[in-house]
Design a protein around this ligand. Structure first.
Ligand code: C5P
Length: 199
């Protein structure tokens, strides 16, 4: 069975949790496509060459989830040649046998416009920054302050939405899921219902 779930939206809106839970529920493979850009950003040197040479082992590098790695990712993600080098791998993943969930910024618009289910997950910048801050605090207490996380969230949103190539935006046929006032359980339930209906 070929079945793609495309999940897009800004940082810390809940895409990762929803994607992992959908993949577990339906037995689909999951690809966090942000990790590809994070790995390219973390390699240093020429980002185009890094993207062309990217291998699965690079996705296991330590530190890829940090705020700095997120900023570096969003800078290299604005380079069209970097994006082009990563398209084929993502498209193959999306159409692999057995079903796939991909989360990122351009899955429903560029990587898999044919996806059977498209979700655009959002939340206010304040709520997203608070979630990211809480995560970072749990990992390294006292290492960052909320205002910095909020400023970086806004900066990354602006860069991801403002770039010319594959900007962050909902596909025309995406279902919008605003998690500002929605618990993660409610959001997961809604996403599971949408997939179950489309299967
Ligand atoms: O989702 P995550 O925060 O890990 O993504 C890091 C950065 O990678 C994003 O801010 C965005 O610039 C870029 N990205 C992208 N397209 C994707 C996934 C991530 O441009 N499909």
């Amino acid at each position: 069975m070929i079945f793609t779930v495309a999940i897009d939206g800004p940082a810390a809106a809940g895409k990762g949790t929803i994607s992992r839970r959908l993949a577990a529920q339906f037995g689909f493979a999951h690809l966090d496509t942000g990790l590809l850009y994070r790995a390219v950003g973390a390699m240093g040197g020429d980002p185009v060459a890094a993207a062309q040479a990217l291998s699965p082992a690079d996705l296991d590098r330590p530190g890829l989830r940090s705020l700095e790695a997120g900023q570096a990712a969003s800078r290299v993600a604005a380079i069209p040649e970097v994006r082009a080098a990563l398209v084929a791998f993502q498209r193959r993943f999306a159409r692999r046998e057995g079903g796939a969930v991909l989360d990122g910024r351009d899955i429903g618009t560029v990587i898999s416009p044919e996806a059977e289910v498209k979700l655009f997950v959002t939340a206010s910048a304040e709520v997203r920054a608070r979630r990211r801050f809480d995560e970072l605090e749990a990992a390294a207490p006292g290492a960052q302050d909320y205002d910095t996380v909020l400023a970086q969230t806004r900066e990354r949103d602006a860069r991801d939405m403002g770039r010319a190539d594959a900007p962050l935006r909902p596909a025309e046929d995406a279902v919008m899921l605003d998690t500002t006032d929605l618990s993660i359980e409610a959001a997961v339930t809604r996403a599971c219902d949408l997939v179950a209906d489309a299967l």
